[in-house]
Design a binder for this molecule. Structure first.
Ligand code: GLN
Ligand code: ZN
Length: 780
C-alpha cells in the first residue's frame, strides 16, 4: 500500500507534446543523427525543451504537485518504457544513446524495430519484439533523473510508464520464439514492481501507468481475457504490502468494457477514463457504469477534454459531465481524454488564421487552460473560472451560426443523395469490356503516382509560396518537371504513366488548400514518429470544390504522351484520416461531401480526355474502429464515400485505387467492395503474404507491389520475377498489374530509374517465360 500523503491534483493532462513549439526536439534529433552535435549537446537540447515545457505547463495553471506528466521521450514513449522496464536494451545497466536510436532506426547491420500506428491515431510507435526466455532488467534511473531535474527547477512531476499489459499486448513475438509476448506478463510485472519500489524509496509519491490496450478489441485475445490479465497484474502490482508510490492508472483512446470492472477491482489510488464527447457518444452508458463500478476511495481522473481534436471545449456541457460524477459520490480530477501529443502546441502560433476560426480552436496549451478552468468551476463555481466560460460560450455560438461552417448548397446536394449503398453502373464485368478500348498490354506496368521530389521541385514550391517567383515561373518549373517525368517513363517502357505529383507538398494538404471548408495551419506540427511531424489540415465546415484542382497538371502531362496518364486524387477517407475533423457532424457527412466534390473532379478529368483515374485510399485501415462492433458501420460509410467519387464515371474510364501501410487481412473484403477497376496494394515487404486472401476474396484488377519503396535498395530482376511469378499463380493474367509498393517521392532518381527498369525487365521475362493463368479462354 502506498504511504504517501499528497493527494492527486485537481487538474492534470494525460500527456503533452514532446516535439517542441518550434520543433526543437526534431532539430536536435536530426542534428545528432547527422553528427552535427554530440550526445552531450543532444541531451542538453532535450533537457532545455523539457524544462521549458514544464515551466509553460506551470504558467498555464498546472501548479499542483504531480499535475505535470513526465512523459518526455527521445523518440517514442513505447520505446522509452520498453527500455526502462528492460523489455528492450539487453542486460546492461545503461543503454547508450546510440543503441537506443539503433532500436528505433536501425543501422548498417541491424534492422530497426517495426513501426505501427498507435491505436486509431496517426502516431506510430515502435513494436517491441519479445523472445522466449529473456531477463528483464529494470532501469528506473531515467525516471528518477527526470523527477529530480524537474524538482530542481521547482516542479514536482509525475513519472510515466506504459503499463505492462499494454506493452506486451502491442509487442510482437520475436522470430523463432514459441511463446507469445503476453506469456511473459508475470515476469515483466516483477520488473515494474521493482521500478515502483525504487521510485518510492527516492521520494516519488505518484506515478502514472497507462493501459490503453484495454479499450480496444485486439486480434488473438478477447476483451474478457485481457481484462482478466489486467486484474491479476494489478492485484500484484498494487498489493497491500507493496512498497510503491500511489498509482494513477489511465485508460485513454476509448471506453473500457470488461476492463472497467477489472481495473476498478484493483483499487488504484486514481483511475483515468476517456470521457471525450465522441467516446461518450459511442458508449452512452459509460458514465453510469463508471459511477456504479469505481470505488469511492479511488480518485476518478475524468478525461473530459478531447485530446485528439482541435476544437475548443463546450465548457458548460463538459462541466455537467463532471458534476454527474461528483454527484455520484466520486472525487474527481479534470484531465484530457488522451495525451495532447496528438494536437499542435498552441493556437497562439497561428497569427494568420481568421480570428473567428482561431477562437473556435484549442491546441495543447489551450486545452490545459480548459482543464484548469473546469477544475476551478467544479470546485468553486463558474464565476471563479473568470472569462473562460464566457469565451467558450461565444465560441460554441459563433461556430454554430457561422457561414464558414454551413453551406446550404452542399447540404442540399448531399441530402439529395440516395441513402445506403452507392453503386457505379454498369457492373465490373461490363466495364472490363468497355475498357478494352484502352488497349492496355498484358500485365501492364505502372507506378503509384509521385516521382522523387528533388530539391529544385521543393524550392520552386517554397519560392512560389514566399512570392519569390511569380505564378508563371512556378507553372513553368512544374511543367518542366512533369515533362521530364513523362520522358523518363517513356524511355523505361512503362505502360500507364503518371505526372509525378511535383506540385503536391502532401497528398492531403494539397487538396485541403484547394477545397472550401478547410483551414491549414502554419505551425500546427504534430509528431508522427521520431522526428517526423505532419501538419494536419482542419475541416471546419461543409466541404466544396470552388474549381478544378488537378486537371491542368494532368492534362498537360497527357498532352506529352500517346500512352495513358493517370489522373491522381486522394480519396475521402484518407483526407479525413489525415485531417482534424468536425465534431458537429458525423464523419460520414464529411465523407459524402468530399466524395461528391471529388466526383466533380473526376468529371472534369474525363472532360479533359483522361481515361484512367486513381483515387488513393492509403488510410482506409487506419480509421477502423478499435471496437469490433463498430467496424461494419465505419466500413459502410467509408466505402460509400469512395464509391461516390467514382459513381458517375464513364464505363470506359478505368478507376484505380491504392492502399498501403497496413495489415489488410481484416479489410480485404471492404477493399474489394470499393469496386475500383484496379487496386494497387503494398505487398513486397511481407513477401506477398496476402496473395491467398487476394485469390479468395478479390475479384477485380490488382497490382500487389513487387518492390519496397521504403528503402533505397534496387531490387534485382530475379527477385522481381520471383514475386511476380508468385502473384501470377494466384491472380489471372488479365487482372494482374505490375507496380511498386507505393509512391516514389521519398526516393532519389538514381535508384528509382534502376528499380523501374528492373521492374519492366521482370515483367517482360514473365510474359515470355511463364505459363500464365487466365480466367477466360484467351481470345484469338
Ligand atoms: N499517389 C501517392 C504517391 O504516390 C500515394 C501515396 C501513399 O500511398 N501514401 O505519393
Ligand atoms: Zn502507398
Amino acid at each position: 500500500m502506498s504511504e504517501n500523503t499528497v493527494t492527486f491534483p485537481n487538474a492534470t493532462i494525460e500527456g503533452y507534446p514532446r516535439i517542441g513549439p518550434n520543433r526543437e526536439l526534431k532539430k536536435a534529433l536530426e542534428s545528432f543523427w547527422k553528427g552535427r552535435i554530440d550526445a552531450e549537446e543532444f541531451r542538453s537540447a532535450a533537457r532545455s525543451l523539457r524544462l521549458s515545457n514544464w515551466a509553460r505547463l506551470r504558467e498555464l495553471g498546472l501548479t499542483e504537485d504531480y499535475s505535470i506528466p513526465a512523459d518526455a521521450a527521445y523518440y517514442d514513449h513505447v520505446l522509452e518504457t520498453a527500455v526502462t522496464v528492460g523489455l528492450l536494451g539487453g542486460a546492461d545497466e545503461d543503454v547508450a544513446l546510440a543503441d537506443y536510436f539503433t532500436l528505433a532506426r536501425g543501422n548498417a547491420d541491424t534492422a530497426p524495430l517495426e513501426m505501427t500506428k498507435w491505436f486509431d491515431t496517426n502516431y506510430h510507435y515502435l513494436v517491441p519484439e519479445v523472445g522466449d526466455d529473456e531477463e528483464y532488467r529494470p532501469r528506473p534511473q531515467r525516471l528518477l533523473e527526470l523527477f529530480t531535474e524537474a524538482k530542481d527547477a521547482g516542479n514536482v512531476v509525475r513519472p510515466f510508464l506504459v503499463g505492462p499489459v499494454t506493452l506486451l499486448a502491442l509487442s510482437k513475438q520475436a522470430e523463432g520464439a514459441t511463446t507469445r509476448p503476453l506469456d511473459h506478463l508475470a515476469k515483466l510485472t516483477a520488473s515494474y514492481a521493482e521500478i515502483l519500489e525504487t521510485l518510492a524509496d527516492n521520494g516519488v509519491e505518484w506515478v502514472q501507468i497507462e493501459e490503453p490496450a484495454l479499450v480496444a478489441d485486439l486480434t488473438g485475445i478477447t476483451d474478457a481475457e485481457l481484462a482478466e490479465l489486467a486484474k491479476q497484474t494489478y492485484a500484484t502490482l498494487l498489493a497491500e504490502d507493496a512498497v510503491r508510490p500511489s498509482v494513477f492508472l489511465s485508460t485513454p483512446y476509448g471506453s473500457l468494457n470488461a476492463g472497467l470492472e477489472a481495473l476498478a477491482a484493483a483499487r488504484p489510488e486514481a483511475l483515468g477514463v476517456d470521457l471525450a464527447p465522441q467516446t461518450l457518444k459511442e458508449a452512452p452508458d459509460y458514465l453510469e457504469r463508471i459511477a456504479a463500478t469505481v470505488d469511492k476511495n479511488t480518485r476518478l481522473v475524468a478525461g473530459v477534454i478531447d485530446g485528439r481534436n482541435v476544437w475548443a471545449a463546450d465548457l458548460r456541457e463538459r462541466l455537467s459531465v463532471l458534476e454527474q460524477l461528483k454527484n455520484a459520490g466520486l472525487t474527481v480530477t479534470v484531465s484530457s481524454s488522451v495525451s495532447l501529443l496528438h494536437v499542435p502546441h498552441t493556437v497562439a502560433n497561428e497569427p494568420n488564421l481568421p480570428v473567428d476560426v482561431a477562437g473556435w480552436l484549442s491546441f495543447a496549451d489551450e486545452k490545459v487552460g480548459e482543464a484548469v478552468s473546469l477544475s476551478t468551476a467544479l470546485n468553486e463555481g463558474t464565476v471563479a473560472a473568470g472569462e473562460a466560460f464566457a469565451r467558450a460560450d461565444r465560441a460554441v455560438r459563433t461556430r454554430r451560426e457561422s457561414a464558414r461552417v454551413h453551406n446550404q448548397a452542399v447540404q442540399a446536394r448531399v441530402a439529395a443523395l440516395p441513402d445506403g449503398e452507392v453503386k457505379r453502373q454498369p457492373s465490373f464485368d461490363e466495364r472490363v469490356e468497355a475498357q478494352q478500348s484502352l488497349n492496355l498490354p498484358e500485365l501492364p506496368t505502372t507506378t503509384i503516382g509521385s516521382f522523387p521530389q528533388t530539391d529544385e521541385v521543393r524550392k520552386a514550391r517554397a519560392d512560389h509560396k514566399a512570392g519569390v517567383i511569380d505564378d508563371a515561373a512556378y507553372v513553368q518549373a512544374q511543367k518542366d518537371e512533369i515533362a521530364s517525368v513523362i520522358e523518363l517513363q517513356e524511355s523505361l517502357g512503362i505502360d500507364v504513366l503518371v505526372h509525378g505529383e511535383p506540385e503536391r507538398n502532401d497528398m492531403v494538404q494539397y487538396f485541403a488548400e484547394l477545397l472550401d471548408g478547410f483551414v491549414v495551419t502554419e505551425n500546427g506540427w504534430v509528431q508522427s514518429y521520431g522526428s517526423r511531424c505532419t501538419r494536419p489540415p482542419i475541416i471546419i465546415g461543409d466541404v466544396s470544390r470552388p474549381q478544378a484542382m488537378t486537371v491542368d497538371w494532368i492534362a498537360y502531362a497527357q498532352s506529352l504522351s500517346d500512352k495513358h496518364v493517370k489522373g491522381m486524387l486522394t480519396g475521402p477517407v484518407t483526407i479525413l484520416a489525415w485531417s482534424f475533423v468536425r465534431d458537429d457532424v458525423p464523419l460520414s457527412v464529411s465523407a459524402d461531401q468530399i466524395g461528391v466534390a471529388l466526383a466533380d473532379e473526376v468529371a472534369d478529368l474525363e472532360e479533359a480526355g483522361i481515361k484512367i483515374i486513381q483515387i488513393d485510399e492509403p488510410a482506409l485501415r487506419e480509421l477502423l474502429p478499435l471496437r469490433e462492433e463498430r467496424r461494419q458501420e465505419y466500413l459502410d460509410w467509408a466505402v460509400r464515400g469512395f464509391r461516390l467519387v467514382a459513381a458517375d464515371a464513364q464505363p470506359d474510364t478505368q478507376i484505380h485505387t491504392h492502399l498501403c501501410y497496413s495489415e489488410f487481412g481484416q479489410i480485404i473484403e471492404a477493399i474489394n467492395d470499393l469496386d475500383a477497376d484496379v487496386t494497387s496494394i503494398e505487398a513486397a515487404r511481407s513477401r506477398m503474404e496476402l496473395l491467398g486472401d487476394i485469390e479468395e476474396k478479390f475479384t477485380s484488377g490488382i497490382g500487389p507491389g513487387i518492390y519496397d519503396i521504403h528503402s533505397p535498395r534496387v531490387p534485382e530482376v530475379a527477385e522481381l520475377i520471383e514475386l511476380l511469378t508468385a502473384a501470377a499463380q494466384h491472380v489471372p493474367a488479365e487482372r494482374l498489374w505490375v507496380n511498386p509498393d507505393c509512391g516514389l517521392k521519398t526516393r532519389g532518381y538514381e535508384e528509382t530509374e534502376a528499380s523501374l527498369r528492373n521492374m519492366v525487365l521482370a515483367r517482360d521475362h514473365v510474359l515470355a517465360n511463364v505459363e500464365l493463368k487466365h480466367t477466360a479462354p484467351v481470345r484469338a
